[in-house]
Write a protein that binds this ligand. Structure first.
Ligand code: DGL
Length: 271
């Protein structure tokens, strides 16, 4: 592997199976505006949520190496499914700070609902079946059991730009039913694609606090970078670059939907 000297002005590497991780980039842009970003969207191999954990781990390791070779000083696993499958593997191999979205998501949920509160989780089937959120929440002292629902169709609907509103409404009705049967105080948007459905979810479950793990993820990463002297200088100019293993035009449309811009450089990676 080509060794790159990293410094405080090196970019932060971020990856997801596709568009979802852009909800984390959105928070990065707001909370750490001087940081440069290298983002990998593995849309050629999406979805991750229905694949075995071992395969998602292989993909994650490959992408982390790709970002490391391009000089990433830190890594955000901006995908819950990949965090569940590969956080420990990447912490052991990536030379800089590594953060996933699950622990920050669990922390935000307990802060929102309280330890005596009721918490729900919507995520991919991979994340739900991994049980990682249940363990993190239990460690944080949450008393009641998590109410969980896998929502694989949400991922495809977001990737296709939420254009089919009827299909979105139909999926919302189906997937929110468990939370009508067992009401919750806070609902973890446990797939990075799902904050893009927040308005629909709030219409269906008014009064439920929606938890987007991205905010706490970026806040914690900021502390990790500060501790290691790796926070970009105030005067540094942030540069964003995107890599995509699938269709770059479709990805650019989603860049516009989430970040409000489609003029960032997007390079196709054939894997
Ligand atoms: N955005 C991803 C997550 O947070 C996964 C979506 C998928 O590829 O299934 O879990």
């Amino acid at each position: 592997m080509v060794e790159h000297k990293i410094s405080a002005n090196s970019p932060i590497g971020v990856f997801d199976s596709g568009t979802g991780g852009l909800t984390v980039v959105r928070q990065l842009r707001d909370l750490l505006p001087n940081e440069s970003v290298l983002y990998f969207a593995d849309t050629g191999r999406l979805p991750y949520g229905t694949k075995p954990q071992s395969q998602v781990r292989e993909f994650s390791v490959e992408i982390a190496e790709f970002l490391q070779e391009r000089g990433a000083k830190a890594l955000i696993i901006a995908c819950n499914t990949a965090t569940a499958a590969s956080l420990s593997a990447l912490e052991a191999t990536f030379p800089g700070p590594v953060i996933g979205v699950i622990r920050p998501g669990a922390q935000s949920a307990v802060a929102a609902a309280g330890k005596d509160g009721r918490v729900g989780l919507i995520a991919t089937d991979g994340t739900v079946q991994s049980g990682v959120y249940d363990r993190e929440l239990e460690d944080l002292g949450l008393k009641s059991a998590l109410v969980k629902q896998g929502c694989p169709d949400f991922v495809t609907l977001v990737e296709s730009g939420l254009e089919d509103k009827d299909a979105v409404q139909d999926a919302i009705k189906r997937y929110m039913k468990p939370f009508h049967d067992s009401p919750v105080d806070a609902l973890i948007l446990g797939c990075t694609h799902f904050p893009l459905l927040s308005e629909y979810i709030t219409d269906e479950l008014p009064g439920v606090k929606l938890v987007d793990p991205a905010i706490q993820t970026v806040t914690t990463l900021k502390q990790m970078l500060e501790e290691r002297g790796l926070l970009a200088g105030l005067g540094s100019q942030a540069e964003y670059k995107f890599f995509c293993s699938g269709d770059t035009d479709a990805f650019k449309k989603n860049l516009l939907m989430v970040l409000g811009r489609d003029d960032y450089p997007v390079e196709h990676v054939a894997w």
